[in-house]
Design a protein around this ligand. Structure first.
Ligand code: FAD
Length: 655
């Protein structure tokens, strides 16, 4: 095999979204040499797409807000399945992370008296989302990138090399986390443009790869959300938790078909937008579940009064947590009261002056004008649920973001599990990735420092195995040079003997399967069928063949991503089949109630070692793990009447 270049760094961060960049800044601030690898262009991470804002209880718009209220809202949103320690750290530290961004140059929208403005969002008791119009993610990434550049300038002054202590490898994809015994030793990568392989040796690896949305047909996620970090963790021996909880955002575009799934930010509802069915009825009043009844308005008049006078009115039901709104829209469409293109209507045009809409929601105004030829200042939008976020992810230690069971592996941001329980509140992802990105960078740096010169090694045989795996879609090994063709058996079938498969066809069937059978409403038979289909798709994926050479070859890249999407999809389907209740982002038609016994359980997915490399029908093993009891002082933040809805009698009497 051709020579594969090796580089040595202290910490390697996989992903340059908010979590990855925040981790990188922290590791570099600790004085460690930090490499950042990202699949897309630097600056084009998913975080850029975040519209609504960053949730942090700064109390700028309502002084009643503080970390305890934010903690309570987050636990309620997650239906008490959150790793409570993560929810606590998140609520306590989010304001500091936002203020820190401001000192690094972020330009937030302001209140009339000059403080960082905060807006309302579903499930948040007070206006809490620090924002920059509806382009908050862009400003967040711009600021973090600027900070990286300023650190590089400091390094240049000191050493004459901008990349002495922080270097970004853009458009490079990691296909394996490498290990020496049980310890992490680095990452195997390919460069998208040239197809060249290289290895980064480092004792600490931080996964910050984002979500899994591209396994579903209708999604707000972009092309790189193929569950890579989730799969890399599994393959490295770590576990995933809560994979049954997938968030379907209630408002994605439904028309035209080419843009189906693109997000319509929750700020539209936070700023006063309302949902109506084809009969013009504001239907959300019919869908307030018992657990939320006390907090939500019963009439339009009461709901509308809340925008001006929140202390004396209850909240509009359009601002229920996302899972509730998504299910309500689904039910209206199913009942035949949907909009012409299979969604419902979301209207701001009758609620705010045109100029206010353009000022507060500039991206939405532009998006609908350009993509759907709809002027949202004059007519309603058509919207419906879209796969948006995965609550499940790498099983990490709450304080350190260390992946349990794999020394040297860390995870932060959307790829990490636990923080959001069964359902994430809007705005809680940007704050999550800042809080836990920093923690992951800090603890990865400390871990690497503690390793000293006794570093785990990357064996040549591991590199060869990773390269062979990456080249399998070509049939035989092509050279990375220009004009290098596919191997001789390209297009003639795989070693399993069946016909050659096209990666795009397999991907399309995977997306359809997950959408239809493990989507927003789930049933036992359908998930059983999904698992059978996934086994078939996995077998076909082994026969995927691609043409051409290794230089910028999207078919090849997708063929490699398929392994990850299939692994992650199996985790989602198995966990969803196992959890016989409905909670947050997991709705069972056959078990429609929330079950207090199930609140105590996390479903933990691991890879069956013997099946890791072969095409076995089930590669994921699932076990049930008890949640640790919630600390007493945190439980005391809730009324007993509320806790009764979530905790078992045994838990209630033991506190
Ligand atoms: P990302 O920002 O997605 O970054 C992932 C990085 O990993 C990228 O650099 C990618 O290239 C890289 N990567 C992936 N796989 C590999 C690999 N194999 N090798 C190398 N690199 C890899 N949340 C909020 O809190 N507020 C909002 O207002 C909000 N609005 C949203 C709007 C939209 C349209 C969407 C889709 C999401 C929104 N979210 C919002 C959710 C939030 O944006 C994401 O959850 C969050 O940005 C994830 O950040 P991250 O750092 O974990 O991952």
């Amino acid at each position: 095999m051709a020579h594969v270049e090796r580089q040595q760094w202290d910490v390697v961060i996989i992903g340059a979204g908010g979590a990855g960049l925040r981790a990188a800044i922290e590791a570099r601030e600790q004085g460690l040499r930090t490499a950042v690898i990202c699949k897309s262009l630097f600056g084009k991470a998913h975080t850029v797409m975040a519209e609504g804002g960053i949730a942090a209880s700064m109390g700028n718009v309502n002084e009643g807000d503080n970390w305890k209220v934010h903690f309570r809202d987050t636990m309620r949103g997650g239906k008490f399945l959150n790793q409570w320690r993560m929810a606590e750290l998140h609520a306590r530290e989010a304001p500091e992370r936002v203020w820190e961004l401001e000192t690094w140059g972020a330009l937030f929208d302001r209140t009339a008296d000059g403080r960082i403005s905060q807006r309302n969002f579903g499930g948040h008791e007070y206006p809490r989302l620090a924002h920059v119009g509806d382009r908050t993610g862009l400003e967040l990434i711009r600021t973090l990138q600027q900070k990286v550049v300023s650190l590089q300038q400091e390094d240049f002054k000191e050493s004459g090399d901008y990349e002495a202590r922080i270097k970004v490898f853009q458009e490079c994809t990691v296909t394996r986390v490498l290990k020496d015994g049980d310890k992490v030793s680095g990452a195997f990568c390919y460069e998208r443009e040239s197809g060249r392989f290289f290895v980064i040796e480092a004792p600490a690896v931080v996964l910050a790869t984002g979500g899994i949305g591209k396994s579903f047909k209708v999604t707000s996620n972009s092309w790189e959300y193929t569950g890579d970090g989730h799969a890399l963790a599994l393959l490295a021996g770590a576990s995933l938790i809560n994979m049954e909880f997938v968030q379907f955002h209630p408002t994605g575009m439904v028309w035209p078909p080419s843009v189906k799934g693109i997000l319509v930010t929750e700020s539209v509802r936070g700023d006063g937008g309302v949902l109506r069915n084809s009969e013009g009825k504001r239907f959300m009043f019919d869908y307030v579940p018992d657990v939320f009844k006390e907090k939500y308005a019963e009439t339009e008049q009461e709901a509308d009064g809340w925008y001006e006078d929140p202390d004396n009115h209850r909240r509009p039901p359009e601002l229920l947590p996302r899972d509730e709104v998504a299910r309500a829209i689904n039910a209206e469409v199913k009942a035949g009261r949907g909009s012409p293109h299979g969604g419902v209507f979301l209207d701001v045009s009758t609620r705010m002056p045109a100029e206010t809409i353009k000022r507060r929601l500039p991206s939405m105004h532009h998006q609908f004008r350009e993509l759907a030829d709809v002027d949202i200042t004059a007519e309603p939008m058509e919207v419906g649920p879209t796969c948006h976020y995965v609550m499940g992810g790498v099983d990490v230690e709450s304080d350190t973001a260390a992946a349990r069971g794999v020394p040297g592996l860390f995870a932060a941001g959307e790829v990490a599990g636990g923080m959001h329980g069964s359902n994430r509140l809007g705005g809680n992802s940007l704050s999550d990735l800042l809080v836990f990105g920093r923690r992951a960078g800090l603890h990865a740096a400390r871990y690497a420092q503690a390793c000293g010169t006794e570093r785990a090694r990357v064996g040549e045989e591991q590199i060869e195995a990773a390269a062979a795996e990456a080249l399998r879609p070509f049939g035989t090994e092509p050279s990375p040079g220009a004009g290098a063709g596919a191997g001789p058996d390209a297009g003639t079938g795989g070693e399993a003997g069946g016909p050659a498969e096209n990666p795009y066809a397999v991907h399309q069937e995977l997306q359809q399967t997950m959408n239809d059978l493990v989507g927003i409403i789930r049933r036992e038979e359908e998930m059983g069928e999904a698992l059978e289909r996934l086994a078939g798709l996995r077998e076909r994926a082994r026969r995927v063949r691609v043409e051409g050479h290794r230089q910028f070859n999207p078919g090849w890249h997708l063929a490699l991503d398929l392994r990850n999407m299939l692994l992650v999809s199996e985790c989602v389907a198995r966990a969803a089949l196992n959890r016989t209740e409905s909670r947050g982002g997991h709705t069972r038609d056959d078990y429609p109630e929330m079950d207090r016994e199930w609140r105590r359980a996390n479903l933990v997915c691991t890879l069956k070692v013997a099946a890791a490399e072969d095409g076995a029908a089930d590669r994921i093993s699932l076990r049930r793990r008890e949640m640790p009891p919630i600390r007493k002082d945190l439980l005391e933040l809730f009324e007993k009447e509320e806790l009764i809805k979530y905790l078992t009698d045994e838990e209630l009497t033991s506190e």
